[in-house]
Design a protein around this ligand. Structure first.
Ligand SMILES: [Zn+2]
Length: 261
């Protein structure tokens, strides 16, 4: 038996559609043939890749079922002696079809697998680039805010007001670096990240009336720095409440931080 026969049988073997006698002969040969072993491994890897994430348009089980059906017809006992040659020819055709289909599918599977891998790498790269851009923007915003705090502190009329944790976050702490006409910056630590759909909202309270001073989130370590616009009048109290993400015009949620009156 020339090796060409085994070359033809590898794909059919990987698809598990070899006849019992053929399979035994192929397996006996496979035990000592590195070339067939390699080809078989590649075919199986390709099939496994498709089973995991292959194109649903080419389902291997259907192909296998079709080949099994044809092989069953081919191996059925001949009714007449004169059928023998025709059956032999049909067997050859089926073997060739198995080889062609197997090779075609293997090619498609390998292509699909590499395309999926390329797509995955491209998505990963783009995600890393976005993460980096986001981190850079956050860092830049923080540097700008710290610079604003330093600038405020150069002005002798700037005050630093302590905020104490309250309600659901008693351990939270804050400082408002505050200039009555320029506004200021609030620096917060130890405040747990807001639940999904929620944000923290800053309030400047003047003459008993709260004015919204922007919503913000804390980072994973519970820190935030947030710009506070000047109040409607001289500010008596600074407070932070937990509110819906988009912010509200008047406080509705619990106070999480507040200055002493
Ligand atoms: Zn071989």
């Amino acid at each position: 038996m020339s090796h060409e026969t085994f070359d033809d049988q590898v794909a059919a073997y990987a698809l598990d559609v070899l006849e019992t006698s053929e399979r035994a002969a192929f397996e006996a040969h496979l035990a000592g043939c590195a070339r067939c072993e390699r080809t078989l491994r590649e075919s199986r890897e390709a099939l496994a890749a498709v089973a995991l994430d292959g194109p649903p348009a080419v389902p291997p089980p259907d192909v296998k079922a079709a080949l099994m059906r044809r092989l069953a017809e081919e191996t059925a006992p001949p009714r007449r002696r004169s059928d023998t040659r025709r059956l032999w020819l049909r067997g050859a055709v089926v073997a060739a079809a198995a080889m062609v289909v197997g090779g075609f599918l293997t090619g498609m599977f390998v292509a699909a697998r590499y395309e999926a891998e390329l797509g995955r790498v491209a998505r990963e790269t783009s995600r890393l680039r976005e993460d980096l851009a986001r981190q850079e923007a956050a860092l830049q915003a923080r540097v700008t805010a710290y610079q604003a705090v330093v600038d405020l502190l150069r002005d002798p009329s700037t005050r630093v007001i302590a905020l104490k944790g309250a309600g659901p976050s008693p351990t939270a702490e804050g400082r408002v670096v505050w200039h009555e006409t320029a506004g200021g910056q609030v620096l917060i630590t130890k405040l747990p990240p807001a639940p999904a759909g929620k944000a923290y909202e800053m309030w400047t309270i003047a003459g008993g009336k709260p004015t919204a001073a922007g919503v913000f989130q804390v980072d994973a370590s519970g820190q935030a720095i947030h710009r506070v616009p000047p109040g409607a009048g001289p500010v008596d109290v600074f407070a932070v409440t937990l509110e819906p993400e988009s912010g509200v015009p008047a406080p509705t949620g619990p106070i999480v931080l507040a200055s002493a009156k």
